[in-house]
Ligand binder design. Sequence first.
Ligand code: DC
Length: 230
Amino acid sequence: MDKITIAIDGFSSTGKSTVAKQLAKHLGYVYVDSGAMYRAVTYFAMEQGFIDKNHFDVSGLISKLNEVKISLKYNDELGYSEMFLNGDNVEKKIRTLEVSENVSLVAAVPEIRAQLVKHQKNMGAEKGVVMDGRDIGTVVFPNAELKLFMTASPETRAIRRYNELKQRGDDVTYEAVLKNIQDRDFIDSNRKDSPLVKASDAIEIDNSHMSKEQQFEIILNLVNKTLKSS
Ligand code: DC
């Protein structure tokens, strides 16, 4: 059976990566978390002092972009790929609330998007890929055979993310997580370059009231239909 490309877009913490990982495992496809790439560049920018709560030196960061080498390495034990930045495993470091608070500003910079989109297109050139993000169905793979657009209420998403961060031992409040989600929704949807919008041919899935299992079953049905017709 021919391999297809599956593009999953949507707001922050809508469970995109959970279902993308499940699908990749089930189908034997490659999973690419494009948000992790924007997070890795953001982590680099924070480490180099180009961005913090009060300032963002965009041109400084752009001038050092050639020093940012990111790669995904598959971890057999975890069953998914981890993000490496200039040879260091940064998988955990890119998931903090501090990185989340800066990432939407970094992801709004056209030069950074152009570089990462090129990388993402190369990774999906052979098909057999499930990629999640904000512009996968609109910009990265406009010809993807299956496009999903995930949504859930901000409060539902904040509870999920808050529980995740707490489980990792991070010292965060629900209010700070909710504010971060609302801020990122606004910046991601209103930036000039590739804003988060539902592709006209994407299927919307609101998972506010769905279990992970129910969601997987619904989406796997869509995948099987797409595989049959392609
Ligand atoms: O999926 P995530 O929450 O880890 O993504 C982090 C940020 O990266 C998100 O707020 C917006 C940005 N992003 C993007 O602009 N385009 C993508 N394809 C993926 C993520």
